[in-house]
Design a protein around this ligand. Structure first.
Ligand code: FES
Length: 114
C-alpha cells in the first residue's frame, strides 16, 4: 500500500464541441475512506474549480452523488476506498447529460434527501 492515491477525473463543461479531458491529481491516502472524501479533499485543498455534488444526504438516499468509479456506477458517499486502490478513475454517470465535470442534469429524476 502506498501513502498516496492517484485520482483521474473526467472534466468537462458539457458544451457541444468542447471535448472532455482527464485531469490527474495525486493526494494523500490518509483520511480517504470514501470517494466523496477524495472529491472533498481535491476541492478543498487542490482544485476549487472541480464541480461535483456535495452537501446532500451523504448516506446513499438521494443518489445525487452518483459517478462512475473505475468504470462502475457508484455513489460517491458510499463507495469505499480500498487499501490496495493505487489509482481511481472518476467520471460522471453516463445516464444523464453532463452540466460540468461530475455534475449531471438529473431533471426530475433526482430524489432529494430532505
Ligand atoms: S449524497 Fe450520496 S446518495 Fe445522497
Amino acid at each position: 500500500m502506498t501513502d498516496r492515491v492517484v485520482v483521474k477525473i473526467l472534466r468537462s463543461h458539457g458544451q457541444a464541441g468542447v471535448s472532455s479531458k482527464y485531469q490527474t491529481y495525486e493526494i494523500p491516502r490518509d483520511g480517504m475512506t470514501r470517494v466523496l472524501d477524495v472529491l472533498d479533499y481535491i476541492y478543498k485543498n487542490v482544485d476549487p474549480t472541480l464541480a461535483y455534488r456535495r452537501h446532500l444526504c451523504n448516506d446513499g438516499q438521494c443518489r445525487a452523488c452518483e459517478v462512475r468509479v473505475n468504470g462502475k456506477k457508484s455513489l460517491a458517499c458510499l463507495k469505499a476506498i480500498k487499501a490496495d486502490d493505487a489509482e481511481l478513475t472518476i467520471e460522471p454517470t453516463d445516464e444523464y447529460p453532463v452540466v460540468k465535470d461530475l455534475i449531471v442534469d438529473y431533471g426530475s429524476d433526482l430524489k432529494r434527501g430532505d
